[in-house]
Design a protein around this ligand. Structure first.
Ligand code: PEP
Ligand code: CO
Length: 448
């Protein structure tokens, strides 16, 4: 375990996975310098507030909802797409507040979720081999040598698009866009298709009545302007993170100011690797994806490197095992963490262990597998004497057809109707709402 002196660039001395080689080094330096001089995307004050909310989530006072695209694209940086993503996350958060009777920490995979780890560095089509698509921060998806060559200009464009996205979201929230008083705005007609539609209507009615009641007691709720919303992304491309990592006046430590909550992906969490080295030194709350090959000792060592002072609010373990593996893999990990008294927040990502390809080659996930992994993780954590602190989804506010199942019973044959993702399949608007309702029902039944 390496505990040498940390600096924002000390990761460069470590082995790195998923590295990007830019043929034009001069252009890369120029893009890096350009970003590093720009104003940050978030502030240390917001980052510290999120840390304290995550600490409260470890104590069971808050519940975390984290969601958004697998990979954002520059083309989808539009008012409609951003608005519907904010809307779906807010709506889900209201449903979860109803179910859990806890405040919900809303965190988008947004405004910087632009770099993707790939299982293979190259892709071959009809005998032609080119570099894999690595997300818009790095290159472009078209299958040409030019598009697939890492282009440093993309880093600047990504930073700009992240800023535009955040700016619009902040304005929507400050302007009180989220009119939760009118259920007709929520587009819930699809609920009639569900055998549970009565229970669901009851939940929405209860939320609406609560808002009315609060307004009579406390006056018109302009306080939605205070709705808190945080952003997060996988901190995969370390030059992008490092360009905005700096000390902040009157605070100690270095903050990664590209996002509130960066996380380390499953493919880059090696304990002696560059990503862990970079993350161990920043003051943000951080996440680490935990997949089925993680061993209890390895996890404990990782928590010690990433959170040496064992502070609450510092480390989220985002578990993604797959519905068929969670029962086998999660219990020994939880037991080790409890035995060693490591402070962590358990978040379930029920998406990434449940991906498979259809016969025609489309990547998909089943609604039922996603729900099963989530409920199973929650039961295991309760059983072991701790709790599920949050959920992590790939979702969109549009009605795409990428995951199967849900009240409309989407089948694999339906996927071609509106399959948009360049990378992983997302829950669509209706599937996301239904998922939130099912989780809320379970949370409510636990309280009864
Ligand atoms: C992701 O969150 O899109 C991702 C690549 O996840 P993981 O690192 O868990 O595979
Ligand atoms: Co993904």
């Amino acid at each position: 375990m390496s505990q040498t002196e940390w600096s924002p660039s000390s990761w460069k001395t470590k082995p790195i996975n998923q590295w990007v080689e830019y043929p034009d080094q001069e252009a890369f330096e120029a893009a890096y310098n350009y970003i590093s001089h720009l104003p940050p995307l978030v502030t240390s004050g917001e980052i510290l507030r999120l840390r304290s909310e995550l600490a409260a989530a470890e104590d069971g006072e808050y519940f975390v909802l984290q969601g958004g695209d697998c990979s954002e694209t520059f083309d989808a940086c539009t008012p409609d797409v951003i608005t519907s993503k904010l809307k779906i996350l807010l709506l889900m958060s209201y449903i979860l507040i109803y179910g859990s009777r806890k405040r919900v920490v809303r965190i988008g995979r947004i405004a910087g979720q632009y770099a993707k780890p790939r299982s293979k560095p190259t892709e071959t089509r009809n005998g032609v081999t080119l570099p894999s698509y690595r997300g818009p921060l790095i290159n472009s998806p078209e299958f040409t040598a030019e598009a697939r060559t890492p282009n440093p200009v993309n880093m600047r464009r990504a930073y700009g698009h992240a800023a535009l996205t955040l700016n619009f979201m902040r304005s929507l929230i400050a302007g009180g866009f989220t009119d939760m008083h009118h259920p007709e705005y929520w587009e819930l007609g699809f609920i009639n298709l569900s055998e549970h539609s009565r229970e669901y209507r009851h939940i929405f009615q209860a939320i609406s009545t609560s808002i009315d009641f609060m307004e009579i007691v406390a006056g018109k709720m302009d306080s939605l302007a205070e709705t808190r919303f945080y952003c997060s992304h996988e901190g995969l491309h370390l030059p992008y993170e490092m360009a905005q990592t700096r000390p902040v006046p009157r605070r100690t430590g270095f903050y990664d100011l590209t996002t509130h909550l960066p996380w380390i992906g499953e493919r880059t969490r090696q304990i002696d690797g560059a990503h862990v080295e970079f993350f161990r030194g920043i003051a943000n709350p951080i996440g680490v994806k935990v997949g089925p090959t993680m061993k209890p000792d390895e996890l404990i060592d990782l928590t010690k490197v990433l959170n040496p002072a064992n502070e609450k609010g510092r480390l989220c373990l985002i578990c993604r095992f797959g519905a068929s593996k969670v029962e086998e893999v999660l219990p020994p990990l939880v037991q080790a963490v409890l035995r060693e008294k490591r402070n962590v927040l358990w978040i379930s990502d029920p998406m990434h262990g449940n991906t498979h390809s259809t016969a025609s080659g489309l990547k998909t996930r089943s609604f039922d597998d996603i729900l099963n992994e989530l409920l199973c993780a929650s039961r295991i954590l309760d059983r072991e004497g701790t709790h599920l602190g949050g959920i992590h989804f790939e979702l969109t506010g549009e009605n795409v057809t990428e995951c199967t199942g849900g009240v409309r019973g989407l089948t694999e044959a339906d996927l071609v109707k509106d399959y948009q993702t360049e990378v992983d399949p997302r829950l669509n608007y209706e599937q996301s709402i239904e998922m939130a309702l099912l989780i809320a029902e379970r949370q409510a039944s636990k309280r009864r």
